[in-house]
Design a protein. Structure first.
Length: 180
């Protein structure tokens, strides 16, 4: 069966700082029409950073859509000048959010965060050889972060409490466990 949908029209509904919303009318494989609401996103990175004492580096922060504080791996959106080099974003975000640098970054995987309604592609990197940065990059004005380093047991407890609850961080934890 051919699953491909043909886009008949696209209407831009909203352009924001982080996302754009398009309303698309598509022709389905059976010939009928349907409406798709699509979030356009410039992409993002997540960084798996493990300390020499086998603790994973995480960020505690407020997440307004969830109305709660979460624990997440360092992450952020790819800036326009970084599209050809998402590793550059990983290096920048690790510095900005954790004040760590790494000797090298290994791409673990890339994945779509929510393909039912968004085109956000996330690159997940493993930062190898952590060390304190020499030159701190400025943090975003609208981010309030707390650096946290968690042992494997503390990670499991945080998952049980619902503090670690986003896909990129859960994937990072699984990768860390497989490194074991």
């Amino acid at each position: 069966m051919d699953f491909k949908e043909k886009t008949l029209s696209t209407e831009n509904i909203y352009n924001g700082k982080v996302v754009h919303l398009d309303k698309e009318v598509v022709k389905l494989p059976n010939g009928k029409e349907a409406v798709r609401e699509v979030i356009r996103h410039q992409g993002a990175v997540g960084v798996i950073a493990i300390t020499d004492s086998n603790k994973i580096v995480m960020i505690r922060q407020w997440r307004e859509p969830l109305k709660k504080v979460t624990l997440e791996i360092p992450a952020g959106k790819i800036e326009p000048n970084e599209h050809d080099d998402p590793e550059k974003t990983a290096r920048r975000e690790l510095n900005e959010e954790t004040r760590f640098a790494a000797d090298q970054f290994e791409l673990v995987t890339k994945f779509y965060t929510s393909p039912g309604f968004a085109d956000e592609l996330m690159y997940l990197y493993h930062a190898v050889g952590l060390k304190a940065v020499k030159d701190e990059l400025p943090q975003d004005d609208d981010e309030f972060l707390e650096l946290v380093e968690l042992s494997p047991k503390e990670v499991q407890e945080a998952i049980s409490r619902g503090e670690i609850c986003d896909a990129k961080t859960l994937m990072a934890v699984m990768f860390w466990q497989m490194m074991g």
